[in-house]
Ligand binder design. Sequence first.
Ligand SMILES: C[S@@+](CC[C@H](N)C(=O)[O-])C[C@H]1O[C@@H](n2cnc3c(N)ncnc32)[C@H](O)[C@@H]1O
Length: 206
Amino acid sequence: MDKTAKYFDHWANIGRSEDMEKGHGTTVNKFLSKISFEKKFSFLDIGCGNGWVVKKIAQLDTCTRSVGIDKSKNMIRKAKKTKISTKEQYYTTDLESSKFSAKFDVIFSMESLYYSVPMEPALHKVYKLLKNGGIFYCGTDFYKDNHLTTRWIKDMKIPMDLRSESEWKKMFKEVGFKTRIKHVTDPKNKTKWKREFGTLFLIGIK
Ligand SMILES: C[S@@+](CC[C@H](N)C(=O)[O-])C[C@H]1O[C@@H](n2cnc3c(N)ncnc32)[C@H](O)[C@@H]1O
């Protein structure tokens, strides 16, 4: 079995999916609150964990379909158990082998893309899954410039692709995205890196 899927299957069992929802919630919610979802759109969350972002987006009137994929079957089991909208759909699959009959307007991922090593083929796949004009919002706390998070690679002992902010940006551009970046910090958090560096969001427009 895939080492990463096994790792997150365990995390789902010990309640770490809810910890991630809380831990990532502040910067993700702050970031999402600045986006205007005025036109109708379909949504895909890659590495959705317990599905908290899928559920949040499904509540928006303009959202037509909110899909979450995760390679951990236990994460998907949790997400399905707490379904609140008929617009929510969940699939146990990795991004790389996922198949969809229709492309998406908006794709999102928080703290999941760097588990594909190297990231380029995964990012190419995201590009393929987007409609022309579609947007990929990609959040990461794990990047070289945010040095206090770089030790996660030793702690977790699963493959992780560590890049700097400029390397992330370059990679997005090379795949074909028009790219912008945004830092979202959590100024009141007791964790130093959350206050000082925060989450790096890459915004890729196809
Ligand atoms: C750190 S967790 C983040 C979960 C969720 N996005 C959140 O913020 O709570 C990363 C998740 O991505 C999933 N994942 C990692 N690589 C993946 C891939 N290639 N395809 C699908 N899911 C993946 C893992 O199984 C895990 O549940």
